[in-house]
Write a new protein. Structure first.
Length: 376
């Protein structure tokens, strides 16, 4: 009996050893096959929308995301400029004089290598700070690398939300791209950076147009983020993880799109004044609706707003001869489609420009020339 048990144990031990050896051999062959036959790629989370997806090596994905956030933050910091009240000349005093870089009166974002900035400040803030063209010598700008500049120009328009200032004798400043909102994708990762340096990663949930009837003179597009903004992120800057500026938030935590800022900036560079154009027309964007009795699927359908107006009284549009039901197909020959609507096309022009609108009325195509006014 004992001998039989002994023989049985021997056979069992041999089988265990053989099984372990076979398992080790299979694992080795499998790993070699994977290395030689499967592509070595990182997972792009934005390309998947599958709740059942299992990510191998999830820790690596998280680490890579964290590194990208840190890289974006560091790159953005170099684009910020603090605005301070100039310190008095205390060369004969023993009292220490300094600028606290975390306590700036306003923060500027660099737009050009020769010193143009856009401020995260409102026109009301300018009045409170007594920051005016005449009082520029009372202020100083300090860059991320602690270089000090005088301010020599201040430009803004009452109808626009942005304020531009210029640094005297600046050169070779780092410049980040202003992102066209049309290139943003749903689910895209974004990073908010407050004036005090607070950081909030989030992502884009939606792009919406709150009102069906749009004004030719205002961009109605709004970005919806995954996270509500706290008061810490008033006047914050929003970046994608490529380091491009996407938007700025105002006192009400509404996002001012960088694409619209870019158009105002381009007008400033052309004319040294940001004179916003004014047409005064209301319309439906046929890119976003389908009319049952109309075969045209793009353009701007002249249509009354909630007050029953198709034009502002005495506006350039009111004097143009356009009528309710006309479909504006092109502005200066460019079709109004693919997210490039009437208000977006109009924003590329300035007050005083004469534009040609091509429209369809009763099946007939016509053109009309209109001189744009200035938005007040």
């Amino acid at each position: 009996m004992f001998q039989k048990k002994k023989d049985l144990y021997g056979w069992l031990l041999l089988m265990v050893i053989l099984a372990m050896g076979a398992g080790a051999a299979a694992g080795f062959v499998s790993s070699q096959y994977s290395r030689s036959n499967l592509p070595n790629q990182e997972v792009d989370l934005n390309s998947f929308n599958n709740p059942n997806l299992i990510i191998s090596d999830a820790k690596k994905v998280v680490v890579n995301q964290d590194l990208k956030v840190l890289e974006t933050y560091n790159a953005a910091q170099a684009s910020f400029v603090g605005i301070f009240k100039r310190l008095p000349d205390n060369s004969k005093s023993k009292k220490l004089a300094y600028y606290d870089l975390d306590q700036s009166l306003a923060t500027g974002f660099i737009l050009s290598s020769d010193g143009w900035l856009v401020l995260n400040a409102s026109q009301t803030d300018l009045e409170k700070l007594d920051l005016s063209e005449a009082n520029l010598p009372a202020f100083v700008a300090v860059t991320y690398d602690k270089k000090e500049y005088k301010l020599d120009q201040l430009i803004y328009e009452k109808a626009e939300p942005w304020i531009f200032v210029h640094l005297q004798a600046a050169s070779n400043l780092p410049v980040r791209k202003l992102l066209d909102t049309r290139s943003l994708q749903m689910g895209q990762s974004l990073l908010l950076i407050s004036p005090k340096g607070a950081v909030m990663p989030t992502f884009l949930v939606d792009k919406v147009w709150p009102n069906l009837v749009r004004s030719s003179d205002q961009s109605a597009e709004r970005l919806v983020l995954a996270d509500a903004l706290s008061n810490d992120f008033k006047k914050a800057f929003v970046f994608n993880l490529g380091g491009d500026l996407v938007a700025l938030s105002d006192d009400n935590k509404e996002l001012i799109l960088a694409g619209n800022l870019d158009l105002g900036w381009q007008r400033l560079m052309k004319d040294k004044a940001s004179r916003a154009p004014y047409l005064g027309l209301y319309y439906l964007d046929l890119d976003r609706i389908k009319l049952s009795a109309n075969s045209i699927n793009y353009g701007a359908l002249v249509y009354p707003n909630e007050k029953g107006l198709i034009f502002d009284p005495e506006s350039p549009a009111a004097k143009s001869g356009l009528k309710s039901g006309d479909i504006i197909l092109r502005l200066e020959g460019q079709e109004l489609r693919g997210g490039f609507g009437l208000s977006e096309a109009l924003a590329e022009h300035k007050a005083g420009d004469v534009i040609t609108l091509s429209y369809r009325r009763d099946g007939q195509d016509q053109d009309v020339d209109i001189k744009l006014g200035e938005r007040k």
